[in-house]
Design a protein around this ligand. Structure first.
Ligand SMILES: [Zn+2]
Length: 486
């Protein structure tokens, strides 16, 4: 017995991970009724007899939602079904007003396809289907009820929800994080969702099992729920892989179950075992006819697809001489990529545009709680600032100050430079006067420089720049200093 345990301890395991991603679609109205699809409204104000499941109401398919799912499928290389259908998934929870959810069981809109990671590895997809979201339980009562009460908000009930199911091709928690980032980028490029994980418009469940390294065994699959950020997906998987490794090395069996991730405690705990698993009793929804899509409409949707993140990254690498790192960051979000190209179109300086966008602009956005979508800075303003630095109108240091004002207030750089008196001083007489003052005020540094201390020279340059509030042309300062110090 001891020997068997010993052998078990020596086995190395590898994880097998698959992800199910739910995406709320950015449609105007809900999936089967005319209620508005909007986050953050007063509870139960966006409801009607259809999404409340009142007797006698009939659902009507939202065409736009079908289009968004199919475009996602086309972008990810899936086959789009000519015929698909909607089914009822029966289960009984208070957040489900009809006591069933309209989903797609055996004839989803899209099958096959893959998400390509930045490394080039392809994570295959099983399917993409369309369903409706549930309402939301609000525990803890709030102002309207006792602390022990649970309230239900049906605003979300019936919102179009796309489910993207991957094959278990992921082999590490970090790879799962890369998959989510790559998928999110594609979804944001397509504009099918606002992909805000913190508002629940992108949600992820993971399943993970372990197998001895090098085998094709199928281990016992554990499903993990309740992860609210990419980081918590990675952490939950790390925790779960360690937990299952410990179970197997102790010579025990992993029990098939659903586990919930506890963000605060950093662990998963069992919530549902196989014996309690749902029997959803799927059957075709008798109120909805099967969905027929002909080749023309699919071809028209395909023609409308934008350039996708990886294609854009490769084009940026070839066209703009950027590093791989810069190209990855610039193409991670469509807004950033488009802003970058608009700046380049105005100033023809791709390297500088990348530096500004990934450096000072990003810092200023963070500082003022803004995003590129929300800032009033226009690409041509940043382009003008880049030209001003290139042409010596403002110093690099003063430009940083201007940049923050552009991001915050959306003003024209020329106006800010004039108002703050930030124009670069390149006038020879003025620079020599400035250098003269700095030399007079810092005799120790001058002496140190003359005994061969190179750092003292940089100190004097710094003093001159400081005295000019960053406005002096630094190259002219260096030249003047060198001439004066001999
Ligand atoms: Zn409704």
């Amino acid at each position: 017995m001891t020997r068997v345990l010993g052998a078990a301890q020596a086995v190395a395991y590898e994880p097998v991970i698959g992800l199910e991603v739910h995406v709320e679609l950015a449609t105007e109205s809900k999936m089967f009724c005319g209620c508005r699809n909007r986050f953050g409204a007063e509870p139960n104000t966006l409801v009607c007899p259809v999404c409340l499941g009142l007797p006698g109401s009939l659902p009507v398919v939202n065409r736009r939602a079908v289009e968004l799912v199919c475009k996602t499928g086309l972008a990810l290389g899936c086959s789009i079904a000519h015929v698909s259908k909607f089914d009822r998934k029966n289960y009984f929870y208070p957040d489900m007003p009809k006591n069933y959810q309209i989903s797609q069981y055996d004839m989803p809109l899209a099958t096959g396809g893959a998400v390509t990671l930045p490394s080039g590895k392809r994570i295959r997809l099983t399917r993409i289907h369309l369903e409706e979201d549930t309402g939301k339980n609000i525990h803890g009562g709030g102002a309207m009820a006792a602390a022990s009460a649970t309230l239900v908000d049906y605003n979300r009930a019936g919102v179009p929800l796309m489910e993207i199911v991957s094959q278990p091709d992921l082999t590490s928690p970090d790879e799962a994080g890369e998959y989510l980032a790559a998928l999110k980028a594609v979804l944001s490029y397509l504009g099918v969702s606002d992909v805000k994980m913190h508002e629940g418009s992108l949600r992820c469940d993971a399943n993970v099992s372990l197998r001895p390294v090098g085998t094709q065994d199928v281990g016992t699959k554990i499903e993990i729920k309740n992860m609210n950020s990419f980081r918590s997906v990675v952490r939950a998987l790390q925790y779960e892989i360690q937990r299952q490794t410990d179970v197997l090395r102790a010579g025990e069996r992993v029990v098939q179950e659903t586990r919930t991730w506890d963000e605060e405690r950093g662990l998963t705990y069992a919530t549902r075992s196989k014996e309690q698993a749902h029997d959803y009793r799927y059957f075709p929804d008798p109120d909805l006819v099967p969905l027929h899509l002909d080749d023309e409409i699919v071809a028209a949707w395909r023609a409308e697809l934008p350039e996708l993140p990886l294609a854009k990254r490769d084009r940026f690498l070839a066209a703009y001489g950027l590093s791989r790192y810069e190209a990855d960051l610039l193409t991670g979000e469509r807004t950033t990529a488009e802003f970058f190209e608009a700046v380049v179109a105005h100033c023809g300086e791709p390297k500088a545009a990348a530096n500004w966008l990934l450096g000072d602009v990003r810092r200023a956005l963070d500082k003022h709680g803004l995003t590129l979508d929300a800032t009033r800075m226009r690409p041509e303003h940043l382009a003008t600032l880049i030209c001003q630095v290139r042409d010596g109108v403002v110093s690099g240091r003063a430009a940083k100050e201007v940049c923050e004002i552009l991001v915050r207030d959306g003003r024209h750089p020329a106006e800010v430079v004039a108002e703050r008196n930030l124009a670069q001083v390149s006038d020879r007489v003025a620079i020599e006067a400035l250098v003269g003052e700095v030399i007079a005020a810092n005799p120790e540094s001058v002496a140190a420089y003359r005994t061969g201390k190179a750092k003292a020279f940089e100190f004097l340059v710094g003093q001159a720049m400081k005295a000019s509030r960053g406005r002096a042309n630094v190259e002219l300062v260096r030249t003047a200093l060198r001439a004066r110090l001999g």
